[in-house]
Write a protein that binds this ligand. Structure first.
Ligand code: SAM
Length: 470
């Protein structure tokens, strides 16, 4: 049952017929969609038969028109038992939320610094990571420590090596003033757009919570604006329908931001997509209603911070150190060992944090270092592993990384049954492995590492990722 007060409000806001159509749509099944990993699946897989051969567990229906790597599926498969899901070949992502990539199509995102202020579990973070490339950086922040751990797992699995995961209050990132080219606020909200997907969202909804969320959004937007450099782009989004958290949040922000906000370049939106476009001052707004568009309820808005159209971004953070540096440059021996494991090590800088060796892409390495002196960074770049007597014991994250040099170690290609045993951290047959460390693959995609010692195989798949259902 939908909350009474919600039904009353939407029929008042949208008119009786449209309000009823929305409520009826909220009782229909949600579309199922994925976003493909452009490197692991390959953009060449545009043809349906090639795609189906590449990802046989998925039944592709049609592309999502506003998302170049997005596809609707005809049905929901058991993602848990698809090894390609575990290899990070695709992300299961609701179609409406994939719009944020389209909203940035006129923004120079290659090489950009994007701050994803409310990032867990990482749907949009992984989308931005694919957009900024190796020269760019996504700072993915999550205030909730438990959710941040899930975010970090998803970032590892996506394997682009250009994300730093932070756990802090928005204010700490606001203090990185004028530092980001794009700031995305996918705000915590009352979740009305999730009413058909998630029964708990209906049960937890209340008008009091709408007001509470709106106040929280105001605070987050203030910090987001501070973090944005003049000329940069702000994307605000929620998965709720009410004005107070959507247009209202923008209006309250404009009351203090004033002329500092200006319109961003228009992006094409085909009327057939069913998205309701509008404006709030300089913000362009985009609304998904499930009875009009094929996706969940979603609201997004974009504006620019007034400033030069290009180029005077500050490349360095101011030096004020709030925390002690927790990273040290790797020595020559560690660097040489690390280089063996990567396709293009000359693009990387290597650092030690605690006992783990990390690789950071060169252009953003200084940025990540300075970030880690200001806020808690729980994951960054690519965790390569730990060194024992000069040899690397690879971190599970390295298996997922698109930069892994597969010539660095033997590959154990497992069949589906053995691969699922591996993903459950059960024993696997030794016959596919050679003595020592192996890269474990299924259908050619890397899942992790395992070490054969005689007749035994030591399963090194991380406990936090293991399949626990039967
Ligand atoms: N962007 C994510 C994605 O695409 O997968 C979804 C983000 S979800 C809508 C909002 C997130 O904001 C939640 O993970 C929540 O824990 C976090 N959050 C809650 N309160 C917050 C606050 N005061 N400041 C920043 N983030 C907050």
């Amino acid at each position: 049952m939908l909350p009474e007060r919600f039904i009353e409000r939407v029929s008042c806001d949208l008119g009786e017929a449209e309000g009823r159509a929305l409520c009826e749509a909220l009782d229909t099944p949600s579309p199922v969609a994925v976003r493909l990993h452009p490197t692991k699946v390959g953009t060449a897989c545009g043809l349906l038969n090639e795609l189906s051969a590449s990802l046989p567990a998925l039944t592709f229906d049609r592309p999502i028109p506003w998302s170049p790597q997005g596809w609707y599926l005809t049905e929901r498969p058991s993602f848990t038992f698809d090894t390609d899901f575990h290899a990070g070949a695709y992300y299961v992502q609701e179609p409406s939320s994939q719009l944020v990539g389209h909203l940035l199509r006129n923004v120079e995102t290659r090489g950009a610094r994007i701050l994803d202020m409310c990032a867990a579990p990482g749907g949009k973070t992984t989308l931005y990571a694919s957009m900024v490339g190796a020269d760019g950086l996504v700072v993915a922040n999550e205030i909730d420590r438990r959710r941040a751990a899930v975010l970090a797992d998803n970032v590892r699995k996506w394997g682009t090596g250009n994300v730093a995961v932070t756990v802090c209050e928005p204010r700490s990132l606001g203090d990185c003033e004028g530092w980001f080219d794009v700031v995305a606020v996918d705000a915590p909200c009352s979740g009305e757009g999730m009413f058909r997907k998630d029964p708990d969202a209906r049960a937890e909804w209340s008008e009091a919570n709408v007001h509470l969320c709106a106040r929280r959004q105001d605070e987050i937007l203030r910090e987001a604006w501070r973090a944005l450099w003049p000329g940069g782009t702000l994307i605000y989004s929620t998965c709720t329908f009410n004005r107070e958290e959507d247009e209202g949040s923008l209006e309250r922000m404009l009351a203090w931001a004033g002329d500092e906000a200006e319109p961003s370049d228009e992006v094409p939106v085909d009327a057939a997509w069913g998205i309701v476009c509008g404006t709030v001052g300089p913000f362009r707004t985009y609304r998904f209603y499930p009875h009009r568009a094929c996706g969940e309820g979603f609201f997004a808005a974009v504006a620019r911070k007034a400033g030069p159209a290009e180029g005077i971004r500050r490349n360095r953070l101011s030096k004020s150190k709030a925390r002690r540096s927790v990273v040290a440059s790797a020595d020559r021996q560690a660097t040489a060992e690390a280089a063996r494991w990567l396709l293009e090590p000359e693009r990387m800088q290597f650092v030690m944090a605690a006992d783990t060796l990390y690789a950071w892409y060169g252009p953003q390495a200084e940025t990540v270092r300075m970030l880690s002196e200001r806020v808690p960074v729980i994951y960054s770049g690519v965790a390569l592993g730990q060194l024992f007597k000069g040899r690397l014991k690879p971190d599970p994250a390295l298996a997922f990384c698109t930069e892994l040099n597969r010539a660095a170690l033997p590959i154990a290609e497992l069949n589906a049954e053995q691969a699922l045993r591996y993903l459950r951290r059960q024993e696997v047959e030794a016959s596919a492995f050679v003595e020592g460390m192996n890269l474990v693959c299924a259908r050619g995609r890397a899942l992790g590492f395992a070490k054969r010692i005689g007749a035994r195989v030591n399963n090194l798949y991380p406990a936090s990722l293991r399949i626990i259902t039967n």
